[in-house]
Design a protein around this ligand. Structure first.
Ligand SMILES: [Zn+2]
Length: 400
């Protein structure tokens, strides 16, 4: 792309920003938007144009999954522009204190996107403590994640890093928007913080019994799923990911975080063998309950299944090639223990920077829930994530 075009679009966009009602905040402060915000918004604008072009090309052929996901990406793009304005607002970077003396060198000058999972209307998983069917105590994943992320952000800033947060309060934030916003910044890494849950942690009304001790640490990295090959922009995202060697760097980051977390929390990547035994017994018990319920319900006419319309849009040769390349270059067997992969939306959207989703521990486990209630356990999590991020930068960039 010739640089003159770049200049023109930058100028145009900053003009649009000042004129659009959504940007009244920036305009009213009479402060020019920082260059990195304009760059990020240009990237989002390109996303928007790509989705529109995709829709125009396929028109009425968009059905089922593609129609749904194209719509979600479009909403995400709109949410991402708003999100970026708050993430990159001049006042939020102005308050940052200079790096404290004696802070580790590895973090100085790095930019890190932190994403506290869920938020607002979406509480995430809930850890509930009951006695005689009465709720005594409840902790939502969104609140613990936010507390941990806010504390981690301060620690990283003290060490001289610049931190961008997808949310710093209890607000509903679009899932696609988070990923798109994170991708559009010039950050070095992306870390999403979550707390895990299993149905087996909870008793069921049908008579399922809770299993205690379902608690382990997992760090997720991205892996493409075949059913997404037809998504707009998917092939391009995959090939950018492969060119930037993102999966290899992501594994390094995931490994560093897993090591520190599992040491700090005293948790492995899998439940204890005796807990696995109990989990299997309980799964069988619940399956028996389900079969009994099904037998009882027999005679009641079956609900008619509605089939989702199948898409008529085919994956492209490029997307299939990049999909195969991904798995041949980064086979599952190459992953260290504690690292798993999934096609999570937030990770899918971040193409070039190392991006991980941390399932810290199980909020659904009764013992862990009681620990998470207090300050100490959260402090351990913050310390571990902080150390892990530091380890990553020391290993990934030992020279600078
Ligand atoms: Zn979660």
């Amino acid at each position: 792309m010739p640089s003159s075009f770049q200049l023109t679009s930058t100028a145009l966009l900053s003009l649009c920003l000042l004129l659009s009602p959504g940007a009244s905040l920036l305009a009213s402060e009479l402060m020019p938007a920082p260059a990195d915000l304009i760059q990020a918004l240009i990237r989002v604008e390109q996303d928007r144009q790509n989705v529109q072009a995709y829709k125009a090309r396929h028109g009425k052929k968009l059905l089922g999954r593609e129609a749904h996901l194209t719509q979600r990406i479009e909403t995400g793009v709109a949410a991402a522009s708003d999100l970026l304005k708050s993430m990159l607002a001049p006042d939020s970077s102005g308050k940052r204190a200079p790096a404290a003396e004696g802070a580790p060198e590895a973090l100085k000058g790095r930019t890190i996107v932190l994403d506290a999972g869920h938020g607002g209307k979406d509480p995430g998983a809930s850890g509930v403590l009951t006695r005689d069917d009465t709720e005594i105590f409840r902790l939502d994943e969104k609140d613990v994640a936010l507390d941990v992320v806010n504390q981690l952000a301060s620690r990283l800033e003290e060490a001289g890093a610049r931190v961008l947060q997808t949310r710093s309060g209890d607000v509903t934030t679009d899932l696609y928007g988070r990923g798109i916003a994170a991708r559009s910044t010039n950050a070095d890494i992306f870390v999403s913080v979550h707390f895990n849950y299993s149905d087996l942690c909870q008793e069921t009304p049908a008579g399922g019994r809770p299993v205690y001790g379902v608690n382990y640490t997992t760090v997720y990295t991205y892996a493409p799923a075949k059913y997404n090959l037809v998504l707009p922009g998917y092939a391009r995202g995959l090939s950018r990911r492969l060119k930037s060697n993102q999966p290899a760097k992501t594994t390094q980051l995931a490994h560093a975080l897993y090591q520190r977390l599992s040491d700090g929390l005293g948790l492995s990547y899998t439940p204890e063998p005796e807990v696995i035994k109990l989990m299997n017994l309980e799964k069988a018990h619940r399956a028996r309950l389900a079969r009994a319920a099904a037998r009882k319900a027999r005679g009641v006419p079956k609900a008619k299944k509605t089939r989702r319309p199948r898409s008529r849009i085919k994956s492209t040769a490029a997307s299939r090639r990049d999909y195969r390349r991904f798995y041949s270059r980064f086979p599952k067997s190459s992953l260290p223990k504690g690292i798993r992969r999934a096609d999570f939306v937030v990770l899918r959207q971040v193409h070039k920077k190392p991006a991980v989703l941390v399932e810290t521990c199980f909020i659904g486990d009764r013992r862990e829930l009681l620990r998470l209630r207090g300050k100490n356990r959260r402090q351990v999590i913050v310390d571990s994530l902080f150390q892990g991020i530091g380890d990553y930068f020391r290993q990934a960039h030992p020279a600078d």
